[in-house]
Design a protein. Structure first.
Lengths: 217, 341
């Protein structure tokens, strides 16, 4: 305001007014309180959230809790446990089991990223991490199947055990695909659901195949 | 609070507006009337400061929306008065540079990492995908009229992933051992390498031979041509007859190759160019199928060869639980090969 350079306020005229400042800063208090709570509370809260999501996966209903507050703890735990259990199943005993672990990790995370990108490109309304969260959590039935397979393999390797494992893995594969489809296909336009379901089907099929062809050393 | 407060407000820089205004009366002795003499009036006019104050408030709102990381230090700064001015100026400059840098980075990110660039290529219906899959096995008859190629990437991408899955199955069934790397890495590398590499090479050749085809169309054409590969490998990785494989190779592979070749021919002018393009594509396509079958079955043949020998190699004992049917087939194939040797 160059033209008004010589304007000044005389001191006889008091300047009055009111300032209402919205004191909306509750966050420092919140940080203060969650920072100060015992570690057990923090861990239990996170564990409860993860456990609730596991329940949602096992009984897939149309609830948005899995989508609303996503977290990647569950998928990480499942992925690591599946990779550990699938380790050492290679035919050559000179193989040190390292590539198996890396393979499972890469397949799960790379596959989940590709499916997410695909569903976003097809016009989905779900966000990147929400989709990763759902796909990761829906690996739970397959992890359970892996556990069962290992127990069955302890009993022996034969046609009967193969048939049992085939049935178990097949059922869990179907469960995984249905659970993740229940969450992910809703975010798509209705006539394109098949386009989104196919990659999910392929993804869980590859994981199921790895579980089924696992033989311990 | 009038313009008299503009002095320290401008010097304070972006900070919490709320804490600022609330704390001011305490500093000024509880009254809203401010003595101009005590002010740090670095600029000539109070109205200029007013303008700057407005600017600061606007930037503050933006910053508060994003985060208040620097708020703490700004609050400390505003009480320093004259001494803190140089620090304030430095902080403002740094802050402005940060804003500019952030804006540039987010613009670059939204330009290059924008997934929406690929969105038009995924705009398909399931019916269309199914139709195109079936069409990829039917050679066209009209080669004098340029055939339409749909520039779509969903179908080819899904076919490549399916091929990866089938290859993985084949490698595990034949007990392929990869030392420097993983099975998955090899499968993905092979399939994607073929799809992207051969597409690029053919696009380059098409450019040399003046064919009317774009890169996306070439990717799409080659991708759909992998449908024949998927079918052939899916069948022959489970039923290990060599003659069956050769029949499938010729019939199924040949059909999909013929279709691709016909489409390319319809878009090229000149006999030599047509010959070059189609010969290269046919050779690469058929040889790839041959490679996929034999590279991952050699180990099976190795086992079968030694089955007749007296000593059993170690990995024989950890035979996988392949279904009983294919075991019988394996034995039959073994006997057939042993007879021919």
């Amino acid at each position: 305001f160059p033209g008004l350079a010589d304007v000044s306020i005389s001191q006889d005229i008091p300047v009055e007014g009111e300032i209402t400042v919205p004191v909306g800063s509750h966050s420092p208090d919140e940080d203060y309180s969650t920072l100060d709570e015992p570690v057990k509370d923090t861990i239990m809260r996170d564990l409860k959230a993860v456990g609730k999501k596991f329940v949602h996966v096992m009984y897939p209903r149309k609830s948005s809790a899995l989508l609303r507050d996503w977290d990647l703890w569950g998928p990480l735990v499942l992925c690591v446990s599946l990779a550990l259990m699938l380790q050492g199943g290679s035919a050559d005993s000179k193989d040190d089991g390292g590539p198996q672990f890396a393979e499972v990790f890469v397949i799960i995370w790379f596959g989940a990223v590709v499916i997410t990108l695909n569903s976003k490109l097809l016009g989905g309304t779900i966000s990147f991490f929400q989709s990763l969260c759902v796909l990761g959590y829906c690996v739970l039935p397959l992890t359970v199947a892996m556990l069962v397979c290992r127990l069955v393999l302890l009993a022996g390797v034969g046609t009967v055990s193969f048939i049992i494992r085939l049935i178990v893995v097949g059922a869990m594969f179907g469960w995984s695909t249905l659970a993740s489809t229940a969450f992910l296909a809703d975010s798509q336009p209705p006539n394109r659901k098949a386009l989104v379901v196919y990659p999910i089907f392929l993804f869980y099929f590859v994981i199921s195949w790895m579980i089924l062809t696992f033989t311990p050393q | 609070v009038g313009p008299g407060r503009a002095g320290p407000r401008a010097a304070a820089g972006p900070g919490r507006a709320g804490a600022d205004a609330v704390s001011a009366p305490a500093q000024g002795g509880g009254s809203a009337v401010i003595d101009m003499e005590n002010m740090d009036d670095t600029s000539g006019s109070s109205f200029e400061d007013m303008g700057e104050m407005h600017q600061r408030m606007k930037e503050e709102e933006e910053e508060e929306a994003e985060g208040e990381a620097g708020a703490g230090e700004e609050e400390d700064g505003e009480f320093l008065g004259m001494k803190g001015l140089r620090g304030q100026l430095g902080r403002q400059v740094a802050d402005q540079m940060w804003q500019v840098g952030k804006r540039q980075a987010s613009r670059a990110f939204s330009l290059y990492a924008n997934i929406d660039i690929l969105r038009p290529y995924f705009d398909v219906e399931p019916v269309q995908v199914r139709a195109r899959l079936l069409e990829s096995m039917i050679p066209v008859k009209m080669i004098n009229f340029p055939q339409k190629i749909a520039g779509e990437l969903y179908g080819p991408l899904m076919l490549v992933f399916t091929l990866v899955a089938i290859l993985l199955h084949g490698m595990k069934t034949s007990d392929t051992i990869i030392r420097e790397g993983t099975l998955m890495g090899t499968a993905i590398g092979t399939c994607f390498g073929y799809w992207l590499g051969v597409s690029s090479f053919m696009y380059f050749l098409a450019y040399l031979c003046n064919a009317q085809i774009t890169m996306v169309q070439m990717l799409s054409l080659l991708g759909y041509g992998l449908f024949g590969h998927c079918i052939t490998l899916f069948v022959t990785y489970n039923i290990h007859f060599h003659s069956l494989f050769y029949i499938f190779w010729l019939v199924v592979g040949g059909l999909s190759t013929l279709r691709m070749v016909a489409v390319l021919v319809s878009r090229t002018v000149g006999h030599t160019q047509r010959l070059i393009l189609c010969g290269t594509l046919a050779a690469l396509h058929m040889l790839f199928l041959l490679y996929l079958h034999f590279a991952y079955h050699k180990v099976v043949e190795g086992i079968l060869d030694t089955l007749e020998g007296p000593n059993m190699p170690p990995f024989q004992r950890v035979a996988r639980d392949i279904p009983v049917v294919s075991n019988a087939v394996l034995n039959t194939t073994a006997k057939a090969i042993a007879l021919t040797l």
